[in-house]
Structure formats: C-alpha cells, structure tokens
Design a binder for this molecule. Sequence first.
Ligand code: SP5
Ligand code: ZN
Length: 357
Amino acid sequence: MQVVHTDRHRGHDPSVETYLGVPVPACEVPARAEAIRDALAADGRFEIVPPTEHGPDPILAVHDAGLVRFLEEAWPSVERQEIERDFLVADTYPTRQMFSGMSDAFVAARPEPEAIGGRTGWWGLDSSNPIRPGTYEAARWAVDVALTTVNLVLGGETVAYGLCRPPGHHAAAAMAGGYCFFNNAAIAAAAIVRATGERVAILDVDVHHGNGTQQIFWRRDDVRYASLHADPRRLYPFFLGHADEVGEGPGRGANLNLPQPLRADDATYLADLDRALEWIAATPGSIIVVSLGFDTYEKDPIGDLALTTEGYAEMGRRVAALGRRLVILQEGGYHLPSLGDNARAWLRGAGGTIPEP
Ligand code: SP5
Ligand code: ZN
C-alpha cells in the first residue's frame, strides 16, 4: 500500500495548547506523524511516497476564501504586533447568542474584524487550536497529501493512505478548529466528485464528530457523510454530532451520526460500523474517503471510548470488505506509543493482511 507523507507537516509544531484557559502540553504534535511513518516504514508492506502540489483551487472549492486568507496572514499579523508569543489563539468568539433576535441577513452582513484577535475568533471554533509560524504551510501540505492520495486511487490503486497532519475534519467551510485548519477529507471528496461525476461517501471513525465535514456537505447529496464518535453530550465538539442530524434540502438523509456510549468496546463499535457500512452500500459510488482517527483507542488521552489494536485490524477488514476503493486520510489519535501499531493494524486489515503479533 502506498503511503503519502512529507515532513513539511513539521512547520505546525505546537508544544503547548490551552485547555479551558490553562496551558497544557499540546496533543496534536509532529511526533504523531513520525510515529506512524516510522511504524509503516519498518513494516515492509508500505511504500512511502511524497505529495505533489495541487495549488489553492481545490481548497477554494470547499472553503471560504476569507478563511484561507486569514490563515495565510495570521502569523505575519502576530509578528507586526511585536508582542512576544509562542502561538496565536483567540479569546473572543462570535457565539450565536450575541446575535439573538437579529435577522440572518443582518448577521451575515456583520464585517470581519481588522484586529488579529478578532479575526482569530471570527474564523475559529475553539481556544485549543494554536496557530504557529509554520501552521499555514503545514496545513497546505496536508491538503496536498490528501489530494495526492486521491490521485493514486483515481490512477488505479484500490487503496491508498494519506498521512495528513494537521488533521481536517473539524474545519468547516469558513472555520478552523479542533487542531484542524483545512478539511483534507472534504477537499478530497469534493475533488473525487469533480473527477469522476460519481457520488462519494465519507466514513469518519475519529472519536470526535467531524462537524466540519458534516457542515460542508449538509445540503449536498453527492457526498454522503457517516460518522461514529463519542456522544457530543460528553465530548468535543459538543454542539454537533447528535443522531437527529440528517442533513437538509437535497442533503436530507445523506448524513448519518452514530454517537457511541462511554468506553464503547470493539464489539459495540463494530456493530455500529456495520450499520454505517450498510448505509454507505445502499447508494452508488465506487470510492470511500475514510477519516481515520485513533483517538477511539482505549488509552487515548482525550477520547473516551475503548477500542483495541485488534479492533482496528477488524475495522480495516470490514471497511475493505465493502469492495469499494479507499482513500484513507489521517485525522486524530494522541496516544503516541500506540499510534504506529494501531495504524499498521488498521491499514493491514484494509490491505488484506492480518498483522503479526
Ligand atoms: C482531529 C481531532 O481529533 N481533534 C480533536 C480536538 C479536541 N479539542 C479539544 C481538546 C481538549 C483536550 N485538551 C487536553 C489536552 C491535554 N494534552
Ligand atoms: Zn479526534
């Protein structure tokens, strides 16, 4: 199996994030991608290939140009402030109650702030998402990793894996958040639709609901989105991810959320995975984009489910057994010592080889 990877992700190198206002060690760090790359390189069944550049157009097909501009300008603005800081994070967000009683049209006409603090809140979801000097460039390369993985599959591979970092599924059309800046999986799915004219399904198995992916395709029926995740009543992103979110307009029925109980184990999870796979199989299309997270792992520091390495091998097997081509893209997963084994198990399951003990 080919693995698309570049060390350009290292430009996004937070060492600290804030958690409820308190500085804590960052979760989404370069060592994550290095652990996965090292494990796959050592396995012998994976070939690591570099991404090719795809330019801004596939990003602009999914994201608001203002978000792209903000991310490009954010760190230069910080430098102009001449305040010594390790990373940029907002402290003021335009939460919906601020606009209570005001019409949609009036709210939509509110101008983007000029100050960098205001802009960071305007384009952001949460304060656990540090922006570093190299964040924009790393996020652009993560998109190129995703699009190169798409090219491999459109070129005839039945399965390919993109080691995207930073991840993407919390990024909405006009919003970054949750360690995500550009929505790699959404950009990949939209590119597949354009290239093939087929419908595409996105299967999201990160422990967090992919609110960004859901938002981007909410009113579209050409990209179906199915997600298994910790119940948002307990876990980030808190405000979306419930089972009654099914899409609207032409997208009604093209969104499936399967929130999971606390500490859900392999058997519980895999039963719902089968439901998601049946749902995907019910509509035509030959390619699935997988948003692959390992923060469902029993030892993950920020997830609250209890999957095992054997569970990942079985998950990979069941997804591949659907018989569709797979564009597998990395999302979260924060237990560094297990990431390599878990990625190897999942991908070998999907590639038809059972991992050795
Ligand atoms: C892609 C993905 O998995 N994003 C997850 C975003 C979770 N955001 C909230 C994290 C709060 C946890 N903070 C504790 C940090 C200890 N290192
Ligand atoms: Zn996650």
